[in-house]
Design a protein. Structure first.
Lengths: 204, 147
Protein backbone atom coordinates (compact mmCIF):
# COMPACT_ATOMS: atom_id res chain seq x y z
CA UNK A 1 0.00 0.00 0.00
CA UNK A 2 1.51 3.32 -0.94
CA UNK A 3 0.00 6.33 0.73
CA UNK A 4 0.91 9.73 -0.61
CA UNK A 5 1.57 12.16 2.20
CA UNK A 6 1.23 15.93 2.28
CA UNK A 7 4.91 16.40 1.51
CA UNK A 8 4.64 14.12 -1.52
CA UNK A 9 6.48 11.37 0.29
CA UNK A 10 4.82 7.99 0.34
CA UNK A 11 4.76 5.96 3.54
CA UNK A 12 6.99 3.43 1.80
CA UNK A 13 9.52 6.09 0.81
CA UNK A 14 9.67 7.57 4.31
CA UNK A 15 10.04 4.20 6.03
CA UNK A 16 12.72 3.01 3.60
CA UNK A 17 14.69 6.23 4.02
CA UNK A 18 14.52 6.13 7.83
CA UNK A 19 15.53 2.47 7.95
CA UNK A 20 18.50 3.20 5.71
CA UNK A 21 19.79 5.74 8.21
CA UNK A 22 18.04 9.05 7.45
CA UNK A 23 16.75 9.28 10.99
CA UNK A 24 15.80 12.94 10.71
CA UNK A 25 13.06 12.00 8.24
CA UNK A 26 11.24 10.51 11.20
CA UNK A 27 10.52 14.13 12.06
CA UNK A 28 8.26 14.31 8.98
CA UNK A 29 6.26 11.36 10.28
CA UNK A 30 5.96 13.02 13.70
CA UNK A 31 4.77 16.25 12.11
CA UNK A 32 2.17 14.44 10.02
CA UNK A 33 0.77 12.26 12.79
CA UNK A 34 1.12 14.57 15.80
CA UNK A 35 -2.47 15.82 15.55
CA UNK A 36 -3.96 12.32 15.44
CA UNK A 37 -1.74 11.13 18.29
CA UNK A 38 -2.66 14.22 20.34
CA UNK A 39 -6.36 13.50 19.83
CA UNK A 40 -5.92 9.99 21.21
CA UNK A 41 -3.61 10.94 24.08
CA UNK A 42 -5.71 13.92 25.20
CA UNK A 43 -8.89 11.87 25.13
CA UNK A 44 -7.47 8.87 26.98
CA UNK A 45 -5.03 10.38 29.49
CA UNK A 46 -6.69 12.67 32.01
CA UNK A 47 -3.53 14.09 33.64
CA UNK A 48 -1.75 16.71 31.53
CA UNK A 49 1.69 16.01 33.05
CA UNK A 50 1.58 12.38 31.93
CA UNK A 51 0.92 13.24 28.29
CA UNK A 52 4.45 14.42 27.50
CA UNK A 53 6.06 11.13 28.55
CA UNK A 54 3.43 9.11 26.75
CA UNK A 55 3.79 11.09 23.52
CA UNK A 56 7.53 10.58 23.62
CA UNK A 57 7.12 6.88 24.41
CA UNK A 58 4.71 6.44 21.49
CA UNK A 59 7.13 7.79 18.91
CA UNK A 60 10.14 5.98 20.35
CA UNK A 61 8.18 2.72 20.15
CA UNK A 62 7.13 3.56 16.59
CA UNK A 63 10.74 4.23 15.67
CA UNK A 64 11.98 0.99 17.26
CA UNK A 65 9.28 -1.07 15.56
CA UNK A 66 9.43 0.68 12.21
CA UNK A 67 11.19 -2.24 10.52
CA UNK A 68 8.19 -4.38 11.48
CA UNK A 69 5.69 -2.12 9.69
CA UNK A 70 4.31 -4.18 6.79
CA UNK A 71 2.28 -1.45 5.02
CA UNK A 72 -0.96 -3.30 5.77
CA UNK A 73 -2.49 0.04 6.75
CA UNK A 74 -1.61 3.71 6.51
CA UNK A 75 1.47 4.61 8.55
CA UNK A 76 -0.63 7.15 10.48
CA UNK A 77 -3.14 4.42 11.41
CA UNK A 78 -0.29 2.18 12.57
CA UNK A 79 1.13 4.96 14.76
CA UNK A 80 -2.33 5.75 16.09
CA UNK A 81 -2.61 2.09 17.07
CA UNK A 82 0.67 2.35 18.99
CA UNK A 83 -0.66 5.51 20.64
CA UNK A 84 -3.91 3.81 21.63
CA UNK A 85 -2.14 0.74 23.04
CA UNK A 86 0.41 2.88 24.91
CA UNK A 87 -2.42 4.82 26.54
CA UNK A 88 -4.18 1.57 27.45
CA UNK A 89 -0.99 0.21 29.03
CA UNK A 90 -0.50 3.45 30.94
CA UNK A 91 -4.07 3.44 32.26
CA UNK A 92 -3.77 -0.22 33.26
CA UNK A 93 -0.46 0.37 35.07
CA UNK A 94 -1.67 3.43 36.92
CA UNK A 95 -5.09 1.90 37.58
CA UNK A 96 -6.49 5.32 36.82
CA UNK A 97 -9.89 4.06 35.80
CA UNK A 98 -12.34 2.34 38.03
CA UNK A 99 -13.97 -0.94 37.02
CA UNK A 100 -17.64 -1.01 36.13
CA UNK A 101 -19.86 -0.46 33.14
CA UNK A 102 -20.63 2.96 31.79
CA UNK A 103 -24.33 3.43 31.51
CA UNK A 104 -24.50 5.95 28.74
CA UNK A 105 -28.27 5.91 28.79
CA UNK A 106 -28.56 6.59 32.53
CA UNK A 107 -29.39 10.21 31.91
CA UNK A 108 -32.09 9.24 29.48
CA UNK A 109 -34.60 8.59 32.24
CA UNK A 110 -34.05 12.05 33.58
CA UNK A 111 -33.33 13.88 30.38
CA UNK A 112 -35.11 11.63 27.92
CA UNK A 113 -37.23 12.76 25.07
CA UNK A 114 -40.38 12.41 27.18
CA UNK A 115 -39.39 15.49 29.16
CA UNK A 116 -37.47 17.42 26.59
CA UNK A 117 -39.95 17.00 23.81
CA UNK A 118 -43.02 17.83 25.90
CA UNK A 119 -42.88 21.00 23.91
CA UNK A 120 -43.14 20.79 20.17
CA UNK A 121 -39.81 19.51 18.89
CA UNK A 122 -39.68 22.48 16.56
CA UNK A 123 -39.85 24.83 19.52
CA UNK A 124 -37.28 22.82 21.45
CA UNK A 125 -34.83 22.91 18.58
CA UNK A 126 -35.31 26.57 17.76
CA UNK A 127 -34.93 27.54 21.41
CA UNK A 128 -31.97 25.22 21.73
CA UNK A 129 -30.23 27.09 18.95
CA UNK A 130 -31.20 30.51 20.27
CA UNK A 131 -30.29 29.78 23.87
CA UNK A 132 -26.97 28.22 23.11
CA UNK A 133 -24.98 30.22 20.65
CA UNK A 134 -22.20 28.47 18.79
CA UNK A 135 -19.52 29.31 21.34
CA UNK A 136 -21.61 28.14 24.26
CA UNK A 137 -22.53 24.98 22.41
CA UNK A 138 -18.87 24.21 21.80
CA UNK A 139 -17.84 24.73 25.40
CA UNK A 140 -20.81 22.72 26.67
CA UNK A 141 -20.07 19.97 24.19
CA UNK A 142 -16.41 19.94 25.18
CA UNK A 143 -17.41 19.49 28.81
CA UNK A 144 -19.88 16.73 27.97
CA UNK A 145 -17.36 14.87 25.80
CA UNK A 146 -14.87 15.01 28.67
CA UNK A 147 -17.42 13.22 30.85
CA UNK A 148 -17.52 10.22 28.53
CA UNK A 149 -15.33 7.18 29.31
CA UNK A 150 -11.90 7.29 27.58
CA UNK A 151 -12.77 4.73 24.94
CA UNK A 152 -16.00 6.48 23.93
CA UNK A 153 -14.28 9.87 23.84
CA UNK A 154 -11.55 8.48 21.63
CA UNK A 155 -13.85 6.70 19.20
CA UNK A 156 -16.22 9.63 18.77
CA UNK A 157 -13.27 11.98 18.20
CA UNK A 158 -11.58 9.69 15.70
CA UNK A 159 -14.80 9.29 13.74
CA UNK A 160 -16.21 12.81 13.79
CA UNK A 161 -13.19 15.09 14.27
CA UNK A 162 -10.52 13.10 12.43
CA UNK A 163 -12.89 11.65 9.83
CA UNK A 164 -11.53 8.11 10.18
CA UNK A 165 -13.55 5.22 8.78
CA UNK A 166 -14.94 2.36 10.88
CA UNK A 167 -12.25 0.14 9.35
CA UNK A 168 -9.45 2.50 10.43
CA UNK A 169 -10.87 2.75 13.94
CA UNK A 170 -11.01 -1.07 14.00
CA UNK A 171 -7.34 -1.19 13.06
CA UNK A 172 -6.43 1.30 15.78
CA UNK A 173 -8.48 -0.15 18.64
CA UNK A 174 -8.67 -3.83 17.59
CA UNK A 175 -12.37 -3.73 18.46
CA UNK A 176 -14.94 -5.40 16.20
CA UNK A 177 -16.81 -3.09 13.81
CA UNK A 178 -20.13 -3.83 15.52
CA UNK A 179 -18.75 -2.80 18.90
CA UNK A 180 -17.39 0.46 17.49
CA UNK A 181 -20.76 1.29 15.90
CA UNK A 182 -22.54 0.47 19.15
CA UNK A 183 -20.17 2.66 21.22
CA UNK A 184 -20.56 5.51 18.73
CA UNK A 185 -24.34 5.25 18.88
CA UNK A 186 -24.41 5.30 22.69
CA UNK A 187 -21.95 8.18 22.92
CA UNK A 188 -23.86 10.33 20.41
CA UNK A 189 -27.19 9.63 22.08
CA UNK A 190 -25.76 10.43 25.49
CA UNK A 191 -24.22 13.69 24.20
CA UNK A 192 -27.46 14.74 22.54
CA UNK A 193 -29.48 14.09 25.67
CA UNK A 194 -26.95 15.77 27.95
CA UNK A 195 -26.91 18.89 25.79
CA UNK A 196 -30.69 19.07 25.61
CA UNK A 197 -30.84 18.58 29.38
CA UNK A 198 -28.36 21.43 29.91
CA UNK A 199 -30.48 23.61 27.69
CA UNK A 200 -33.52 22.70 29.74
CA UNK A 201 -31.70 23.60 32.99
CA UNK A 202 -30.50 26.93 31.60
CA UNK A 203 -34.02 27.77 30.53
CA UNK A 204 -35.29 27.13 34.07
CA UNK B 1 -45.08 4.76 4.56
CA UNK B 2 -44.25 3.90 8.17
CA UNK B 3 -46.27 5.50 10.95
CA UNK B 4 -43.97 4.92 13.94
CA UNK B 5 -41.32 7.44 14.81
CA UNK B 6 -37.76 6.58 13.85
CA UNK B 7 -35.38 5.04 16.36
CA UNK B 8 -32.32 7.00 17.49
CA UNK B 9 -30.18 4.62 15.47
CA UNK B 10 -32.06 5.52 12.28
CA UNK B 11 -32.04 9.21 13.16
CA UNK B 12 -28.27 9.12 13.60
CA UNK B 13 -27.83 7.31 10.29
CA UNK B 14 -30.05 9.88 8.58
CA UNK B 15 -28.11 12.74 10.17
CA UNK B 16 -24.84 11.26 8.96
CA UNK B 17 -26.01 10.41 5.47
CA UNK B 18 -29.68 10.34 4.43
CA UNK B 19 -28.87 7.91 1.62
CA UNK B 20 -27.97 5.26 4.22
CA UNK B 21 -31.54 4.64 5.39
CA UNK B 22 -34.59 3.10 3.74
CA UNK B 23 -36.71 5.35 1.46
CA UNK B 24 -39.74 4.65 3.70
CA UNK B 25 -37.91 6.17 6.65
CA UNK B 26 -36.91 9.21 4.61
CA UNK B 27 -40.54 9.69 3.59
CA UNK B 28 -41.58 9.55 7.24
CA UNK B 29 -39.03 12.20 8.21
CA UNK B 30 -40.25 14.46 5.43
CA UNK B 31 -43.73 14.59 6.96
CA UNK B 32 -42.94 14.17 10.67
CA UNK B 33 -41.78 17.33 12.41
CA UNK B 34 -40.76 15.46 15.54
CA UNK B 35 -38.36 13.12 13.72
CA UNK B 36 -37.13 15.90 11.44
CA UNK B 37 -36.17 18.06 14.41
CA UNK B 38 -34.51 15.20 16.25
CA UNK B 39 -32.46 14.44 13.13
CA UNK B 40 -31.51 18.12 12.87
CA UNK B 41 -30.41 18.11 16.50
CA UNK B 42 -28.09 15.22 15.68
CA UNK B 43 -26.80 17.08 12.61
CA UNK B 44 -26.02 20.12 14.78
CA UNK B 45 -24.31 17.89 17.29
CA UNK B 46 -22.14 16.20 14.65
CA UNK B 47 -21.23 19.54 13.15
CA UNK B 48 -20.29 20.89 16.58
CA UNK B 49 -18.11 17.83 17.32
CA UNK B 50 -16.30 18.28 13.99
CA UNK B 51 -15.60 21.91 14.83
CA UNK B 52 -14.16 21.18 18.26
CA UNK B 53 -10.73 22.70 18.87
CA UNK B 54 -7.94 20.24 18.14
CA UNK B 55 -5.69 19.52 21.13
CA UNK B 56 -1.95 19.99 20.69
CA UNK B 57 1.16 19.24 22.70
CA UNK B 58 2.60 22.36 24.33
CA UNK B 59 6.19 21.39 23.56
CA UNK B 60 8.22 20.69 20.44
CA UNK B 61 7.48 16.99 20.11
CA UNK B 62 9.49 16.59 16.92
CA UNK B 63 12.77 17.89 18.41
CA UNK B 64 12.12 16.20 21.70
CA UNK B 65 11.75 12.76 20.08
CA UNK B 66 14.55 13.20 17.56
CA UNK B 67 16.96 14.14 20.33
CA UNK B 68 16.06 10.87 22.07
CA UNK B 69 16.38 8.78 18.91
CA UNK B 70 20.00 9.67 18.03
CA UNK B 71 21.65 8.04 21.08
CA UNK B 72 19.22 5.09 20.97
CA UNK B 73 20.11 4.45 17.35
CA UNK B 74 23.83 4.23 18.17
CA UNK B 75 23.08 1.61 20.81
CA UNK B 76 20.66 -0.33 18.65
CA UNK B 77 23.21 -0.54 15.82
CA UNK B 78 25.50 -2.61 17.97
CA UNK B 79 24.40 -5.97 16.54
CA UNK B 80 27.87 -7.17 17.44
CA UNK B 81 26.77 -7.78 21.03
CA UNK B 82 23.85 -9.90 19.87
CA UNK B 83 26.16 -12.13 17.84
CA UNK B 84 28.51 -12.28 20.79
CA UNK B 85 25.73 -14.08 22.68
CA UNK B 86 24.35 -16.14 19.78
CA UNK B 87 27.65 -17.67 18.65
CA UNK B 88 28.74 -19.18 22.02
CA UNK B 89 25.16 -20.41 22.60
CA UNK B 90 25.15 -22.12 19.19
CA UNK B 91 28.55 -23.62 19.87
CA UNK B 92 27.38 -24.96 23.24
CA UNK B 93 24.28 -26.58 21.71
CA UNK B 94 26.32 -28.16 18.89
CA UNK B 95 28.90 -29.65 21.27
CA UNK B 96 26.17 -30.94 23.58
CA UNK B 97 24.40 -32.53 20.60
CA UNK B 98 27.64 -34.17 19.45
CA UNK B 99 28.38 -35.75 22.83
CA UNK B 100 24.90 -36.42 24.20
CA UNK B 101 22.83 -36.78 20.99
CA UNK B 102 22.23 -40.53 21.48
CA UNK B 103 20.88 -39.98 24.97
CA UNK B 104 18.47 -37.32 23.71
CA UNK B 105 17.17 -39.61 20.93
CA UNK B 106 16.63 -42.42 23.45
CA UNK B 107 14.86 -40.03 25.79
CA UNK B 108 12.34 -39.05 23.11
CA UNK B 109 11.80 -42.43 21.41
CA UNK B 110 11.81 -44.44 24.64
CA UNK B 111 8.94 -42.55 26.21
CA UNK B 112 5.87 -44.71 26.95
CA UNK B 113 2.46 -43.80 25.55
CA UNK B 114 1.10 -43.42 29.10
CA UNK B 115 3.78 -40.84 29.93
CA UNK B 116 3.10 -39.09 26.63
CA UNK B 117 -0.64 -38.82 27.39
CA UNK B 118 0.16 -37.57 30.86
CA UNK B 119 2.42 -34.86 29.50
CA UNK B 120 -0.16 -33.85 26.90
CA UNK B 121 -2.92 -33.68 29.52
CA UNK B 122 -0.81 -31.54 31.84
CA UNK B 123 0.11 -29.22 28.96
CA UNK B 124 -3.49 -28.92 27.80
CA UNK B 125 -4.70 -28.18 31.33
CA UNK B 126 -2.00 -25.56 31.82
CA UNK B 127 -2.84 -23.88 28.50
CA UNK B 128 -6.56 -23.88 29.36
CA UNK B 129 -5.85 -22.02 32.60
CA UNK B 130 -3.62 -19.57 30.74
CA UNK B 131 -6.33 -18.92 28.14
CA UNK B 132 -8.97 -18.46 30.84
CA UNK B 133 -6.71 -16.04 32.70
CA UNK B 134 -6.07 -14.04 29.52
CA UNK B 135 -9.81 -13.84 28.86
CA UNK B 136 -10.52 -12.60 32.40
CA UNK B 137 -7.80 -9.95 32.08
CA UNK B 138 -9.23 -8.86 28.72
CA UNK B 139 -12.72 -8.56 30.20
CA UNK B 140 -11.38 -6.49 33.12
CA UNK B 141 -9.61 -4.12 30.73
CA UNK B 142 -12.76 -3.69 28.65
CA UNK B 143 -14.82 -3.06 31.80
CA UNK B 144 -12.29 -0.49 32.95
CA UNK B 145 -12.49 1.32 29.62
CA UNK B 146 -16.26 1.35 29.74
CA UNK B 147 -16.45 2.95 33.14
Amino acid sequence: MTNQTDNNFTDQYLVTKILSGHVNMFGIIIKQTERLVAQIVFKMIPVAEDRKDIAQDIYLKAFDKLDGFKFGSKLSTWIARIAYNSCLDFLAKKKLILPGDWNGDAGAQETGSGILYNKSPQIVNDEFEKTLNRKELHSLLQAEIEKLPPLYKTIITLYHSEGLSYQEIEQITSLPGGTIKSYLFRARKSLKESLLFKYKKEEL
Amino acid sequence: MIKNHLSDMNLQQYALNPADIEPDLISHISICNSCKQKAETYQQLFSAIEQQATPFFDFDLQNFVLSQIAPRRRVSNSGFYVWLLILPAGLFISVSGWFFGDYLVNLITGISSMTLYLLLTITATFLSFQAFDMYIKYQKQMDALNC
